[in-house]
Design a protein around this ligand. Structure first.
Ligand code: PMP
Length: 433
């Protein structure tokens, strides 16, 4: 059956949505570029999505990262329901925001003070503004393929939807703003050193995804992050680790614990809200105290530290502290990659996999994946064909080569075994088609 024959009702909904939302959606990757229209969701449970047609799919997109416990975990559902009876929006501080902050800070020793906002975008925007205020410098350095949200200074050679849709720098970003952003290749220590030698005294901050999860999956090479830390210290630039994806995913202490490198400022999001909207930025006390109202770097938000996000995030982290979710989620990603690699050695397709903790991605290439250019050289068409084929067989891989697959505590042995079965069948089909 074709995509259109399986997802019939979704087509009708999309016909209307197209007239209401630009591109028919409210975030670009939700319209999967290689498919005629998105499918619409009715309900979710564990590792599964049920569409409005009643089609059941195993999910590896997992809402792009927040759902490390799986869809609709009981602990979160119950805590949120219970909290709702108190009300859900106050504009007045709650004790629960302190609880979540203290819990995060216990796992991220570099975060001495924190501010909660509503999205990863807001977190990175504020962290960059703060770094500029603290250093009195203007230039920021980012890496090709890293995505730090949808605001002017980071929409230059970014990953995620902007890569999927082939937009090098968003229209509407003033040239003057884009000029203040230096973009370097990931994992290239030489270029990094040269940039610091030439302009180090003007660099306010370097912002990096310590593991890139927005241009497929790219891992830092040995000592790349340590070298970056050294250079930032030497030149007095602020090192911002954007741990919106990696925070509480690579480990409880995120990439900083995993790689043993400390950032000056850290941005968080996704998991810390347990599936509700959230962002946070934090770091050295001396820097964070510049934020309003204790300082003059302005940040505010009607929905900042929204109580429902606070409670959902808190119970999610408490569950992660029991360690079992990591064991299941990490094993799932490892097993899938292992099985796919075994299968691929038997068929004639150039293929590579990358995985770390509960993240993995598949690439049709013979190149080692070290930076964004290596991902650009992959056969994206084959990825899209695999994606479509899997979808028709009940498996929803992440919808773009430039995203990453996430596993969760709900991806148990039974789900993984079903996944491997579908994935291997679809890969074989690619070889013969
Ligand atoms: N930083 C990173 C590393 C991200 O992956 C994302 C979103 N995928 C963001 C920032 C932006 O977060 P949000 O979509 O919540 O604004």
């Amino acid at each position: 059956m074709s995509y259109e024959e399986i997802f019939t009702k979704s087509r009708q909904v999309y016909e209307i949505a197209k007239k209401i939302f630009p591109g028919g959606v409210n975030s670009p990757v939700r319209l999967m570029r290689h498919l005629p229209y998105p499918f619409y969701v009715k309900r979710v449970e564990g590792a599964f999505i049920e569409t409005i047609e009643g089609v059941k799919l195993i999910d590896y997109c997992m809402a792009f990262g927040p759902l490390i416990l799986g869809h609709k975990p009981k602990v979160v559902e119950e805590a949120v329901k219970e909290f709702l009876s108190n009300g859900w929006m106050f504009g007045i501080p709650t004790e629960i925001e302190l609880e979540l902050a203290k819990t995060i800070m216990r796992h991220f020793p570099s975060v001495e003070m924190i501010r909660f906002v509503n999205s990863g975008t807001e977190a990175t925007m504020n962290a960059i503004r703060l770094a500029r205020a603290y250093t009195g410098r203007k230039i920021i350095v980012k890496f090709d393929g890293c995505y730090h949200g949808a605001h002017d200074y980071v929409l230059v050679k970014a990953g995620s939807g902007i890569a999927t849709w082939g937009i090098p720098t968003s229209l509407g970003v003033p040239e003057e703003a884009a000029k203040l952003t230096i973009v370097l290749p990931y994992n290239d220590v030489e270029k990094l050193e040269k940039t610091f030698q030439e302009q180090g005294d003007k660099i306010a901050c370097v912002i990096i995804e310590p593991v890139v999860g927005n241009f497929g999956l790219i891992l830092p090479e040995k000592d790349f992050l340590k070298k970056l830390r050294e250079l930032c210290t030497t030149y007095g630039s602020i090192l911002i680790f954007d741990e919106v994806i990696t925070g509480f995913r690579l480990s409880l202490g995120g990439a900083q614990e995993y790689f043993n490198v400390k950032a000056d400022l850290t941005t968080l999001g996704k998991i810390i809200g347990g599936g509700f909207p959230i962002g946070a930025f934090g770091g050295k006390k001396e820097i964070m105290e510049m934020i309003t109202p204790s300082g003059q770097v302005y940040n505010a938000g009607t929905f900042n530290a929204h109580p429902i996000s606070m409670i959902a995030g808190l119970v999610t982290i408490r569950e992660l502290e029991k360690e079992y979710p990591y064991k299941i989620a990490n094993k799932a990603s490892e097993e899938i990659v292992k099985a796919v690699n075994e299968e691929i050695s038997k068929i004639r397709i150039n293929f590579k996999t990358k995985h770390i903790a509960s993240m993995f991605q598949l690439y049709f290439t013979d190149r080692e994946i070290k930076n964004a250019d290596d991902v650009r050289m992959c056969n994206v068409d084959l990825y899209n064909r695999l994606h479509s084929e899997c979808l028709k067989n009940g498996l929803y891989l992440t919808p773009s080569q430039y995203e990453v697959n996430f596993t969760s505590a709900a991806h148990d042995e039974e789900v993984v075994s079903k996944t491997i079965d579908i994935l291997v069948r679809c890969l074989r089909k690619l070889e013969t088609s």
